[in-house]
Design a protein around this ligand. Structure first.
Ligand SMILES: Nc1ncnc2c1ncn2[C@@H]1O[C@H](COP(=O)(O)OP(=O)(O)O)[C@@H](O)[C@H]1O
Ligand SMILES: Nc1ccn([C@@H]2O[C@H](COP(=O)(O)O)[C@@H](O)[C@H]2O)c(=O)n1
Length: 681
């Protein structure tokens, strides 16, 4: 008889093999994802509100059915969640539970619900935070031990008999709907549903209906219809659903963010190209002979301001000591031999490994597109190890007494973290994973799959996979997270990954971002502006972030320079728009004009575009269709993207030996519910 509600199971009652009916598991907390989630935060990293729809009405009026119909009408909205008020019934005492099984407990009084946790949950979802929703069993009249993890919904539909009753809850709703149905229709539906899905018998249903359900409808529920923006009939409501879905689409469109170009803007710092990197010498030659030859060329090292910042954060944390300070200071002292020309060009949160001749040598191999795959992998692994070792200095340490030979005591240190995980930005972040685990064997692994949209170049979040301690808000607050990515260009993916962790409750100063390469003129500035407490540790810095025209190869952006693949960080402009032959929507909000995203400007495919609008051809040029192309296939097969210069190519692709990005057509985030489960056509 007992049946636990869990997400992802059938949403409707089913026939038992014997032909009779049996109560089935049912829950209404579902998420359906069809596409990646576009940025849900502004350029400062502040989250924008999710759109919250409230659906109230009498029991069996059709609230859940209306919620599902709205969900079906929003196929292009990536993540839509339905949350049921049932999840927030108060926990019953033993006595109350006995009453419930005897149909003597009033589940239709407003006091039957725990509005505090209900409000907190909806408020968290509105602020795009991850939540864990209680799972309720109508058969047991209790919450089960399970919880449903929910994260990433762009639209949240909250349904329940008292959704419009509580003023605080009402104030969270962007759209208020009341479903109206005749009481005899509601009773007929309820009898059938409660027998099939909730394990009840007719006598009990009628008894409960007359004593509690009907009076509640008359005294409380129907009164709340006056708060509704729209009254929807409980049947034949297609037109109403259309109107509602159009309203939601309009609202979402007006909130859409365009961040990529904004993040790629060159910060207003003086040009010091000769001082930026030995790899950024005039003409783009990779000059090892310059490595370490002048103190002025040394890139920024782990710097004292970072240590002070770290120390002040860690002293706020009760569990941390400043044990890492001395280690960091030692590293910093060792690199105090030179003034760092990039200090002005890199934000203080970016820590660049001391540019020793050895490190420059490794960076040179990584930048060299002619090295063998084995050499490249070997080099990337070594660089990853160096980066990870440096990153360890940002973790908290505490005193630890040990016993030496002969019984003497000695005070040492040990890492002081409750939970720690790596989060790879798939897939190029995975190249650092092995080194991360070598440095911290207990490291739990997580990942986020972020890809640039073919349509508008914006980063899209397709999947989030985090250890269970990050999915729990309390434990997430005590978690340290090391984000792994091979390079930071515009900073768009980095910003998104950090936002995901913050949404789960990981503290900003507990996040360390590890990468092999950043662009001095790229998104690290935007990253610092948005999240100044996140430390970025990198092996190298390249000078520029360049707009580059790339060929589109089967949906993957491939940039060509001298016949070799260059590093493409993100794209602007898209196949879809070009195929339609128009210029598409301008990106006025991000400052990109239609001219910026035009598909044909008469320039070669691998030309670099300077800030002043000049174009430059570098290396041997491989033209796709020759200069001056204006129509047809060439138009359809190029787009603008951003690339780090000089760049090391797509490090993930070079490491894994293919330039094909993981393609995600549609994906689901936990809980796993398919359109089929929802009977979505
Ligand atoms: N428009 C409709 N036409 C036919 N049956 C419906 C309709 N809307 C709901 N029902 C049925 O009524 C029952 C209760 O509907 P539901 O949407 O679960 O109501 P509520 O969430 O308000 O309790 C379900 O068995 C459902 O299949
Ligand atoms: N253990 C419970 C809890 C609630 N109910 C009834 O459910 C109704 C609300 O759910 P709807 O899907 O119908 O909106 C409410 O009228 C309660 O009487 C129950 O029977 N047992």
């Amino acid at each position: 008889m007992a049946s636990k509600a869990s997400v992802g199971t059938a949403l409707h009652g089913s026939q038992s093999p014997g032909g009779g009916t049996k109560p089935t598991t049912q829950t209404k907390n579902v998420v359906l994802t069809e596409a990646g989630r576009a940025p849900w935060y502004d350029a400062n990293g502040r989250p924008l509100d999710a759109y919250i729809v409230g659906v109230a009405g009498g029991s069996a009026s059709g609230k859940t059915s209306v919620a599902k119909a709205i969900l079906r009408s929003l196929p292009n909205v990536p993540w839509v969640a339905i949350v049921s008020q049932d999840s927030f019934y108060k926990t019953l005492t033993r006595e109350q539970s006995k009453m419930a099984f005897e149909n003597n407990y009033d589940f239709d009084h407003p006091n039957a619900f725990d509005y505090d946790i209900f409000h907190q949950c909806v408020s968290d979802l509105k602020q795009s935070r991850a939540v864990e929703i209680p799972v309720y069993s109508f058969v047991e009249h209790q919450r089960t031990a399970d919880k449903t993890y929910l994260y990433g919904a762009v639209v949240v539909i909250v349904e329940g008999i008292f959704v419009l009753h509580n003023p605080a809850l009402r104030s969270l709703l962007d759209l208020k709907i009341f479903v109206q149905a005749d009481s005899d229709l509601m009773l007929a539906r309820r009898i059938r549903r409660d027998i099939v899905e909730r394990g009840r018998d007719v006598a009990g249903i009628l008894d409960q209906y007359l004593r509690f359900v009907k009076p509640s409808m008359d005294n409380f529920v129907s009164q709340t219809s006056k708060f509704a923006d729209i009254i929807v009939p409980g049947q034949n409501n297609d037109v109403a659903i259309d109107v509602i879905s159009q309203q939601i689409k309009n609202q979402l469109e007006s909130r859409a963010m365009k961040l990529r170009h904004e993040l790629s803007r060159t910060p207003a710092t003086p040009r010091r190209e000769l001082l930026v990197s030995p790899l950024a010498a005039p003409g783009g030659s990779l000059s090892m002979s310059r490595a370490g030859s002048r103190a002025g060329e040394t890139l920024g090292a782990l710097r004292r301001p970072d240590l002070e910042r770290w120390t002040s954060y860690s002293s706020n944390s009760s569990s941390s000591s400043s044990g890492a300070g001395p280690a960091m200071l030692a590293l910093a002292e060792a690199s105090q031999d030179a003034a760092h020309p990039l200090e002005e060009e890199l934000p203080s949160s970016v820590c660049v490994l001391p540019q020793t001749p050895q490190l420059r040598g490794l960076l040179t191999i990584m930048h060299d597109l002619t090295v063998t795959g084995a050499d490249f992998i070997f080099t990337v692994d070594r660089l990853s190890t160096l980066v990870m070792e440096a990153a360890m200095a940002f973790l908290p340490y505490k005193d630890k007494e040990i016993t030496l030979k002969g019984g003497r005591k000695h005070m040492g240190t040990e890492m002081d973290v409750q939970h720690i995980c790596s989060v790879s930005i798939l897939r190029s972040g995975s190249v650092l994973e092995a080194s991360a685990r070598r440095a911290i064997p207990a490291l739990a692994r997580g990942s986020v799959l972020i890809q640039s949209s073919d349509d508008d170049g914006e980063p899209k979040l397709y999947n989030v996979s985090l250890p269970s301690f990050v999915r729990n808000r309390q434990r997430a607050a005590n978690t340290w997270a090391i984000i792994l990515d091979s390079q930071i260009g515009t900073g768009a993916a980095a910003l998104m990954a950090i936002r995901v962790l913050l949404d789960h409750g990981v503290q900003e100063h507990h996040i360390v971002f590890c990468c092999l390469l950043v662009s001095a003129k790229g998104g690290v500035h935007a990253l610092h502006r948005a999240f100044p407490k996140v430390h970025v540790v990198t092996a190298g810095v390249d000078a520029e972030l360049k707009r580059r025209r790339v060929r589109v190869d089967d949906g993957n952006a491939v940039a060509w320079r001298g016949g070799s693949e260059a590093s493409t960080i993100g794209t602007i402009g898209g196949q879809g728009r070009a195929r339609r032959g128009g210029k598409g929507r301008g990106f006025s909000s991000s400052g990109i004009s239609d001219d910026d995203e035009e598909e044909d400007d008469g320039h070669p495919d691998d030309s670099l575009e300077h800030d002043d609008g000049r174009y430059e051809q570098a290396g041997r040029i491989t033209r796709l269709n020759g200069p001056g192309k204006s129509e047809g296939a060439a138009r359809r097969r190029t787009r603008i993207c951003f690339a780090i210069e000089p760049g090391a190519g797509n490090i993930g692709d070079r490491y894994y030996g293919t330039k094909v990005r993981p393609r995600v057509m549609s994906t689901q985030i936990s809980p796993q519910v398919s359109r089929k489960d929802l009977n979505v056509k």
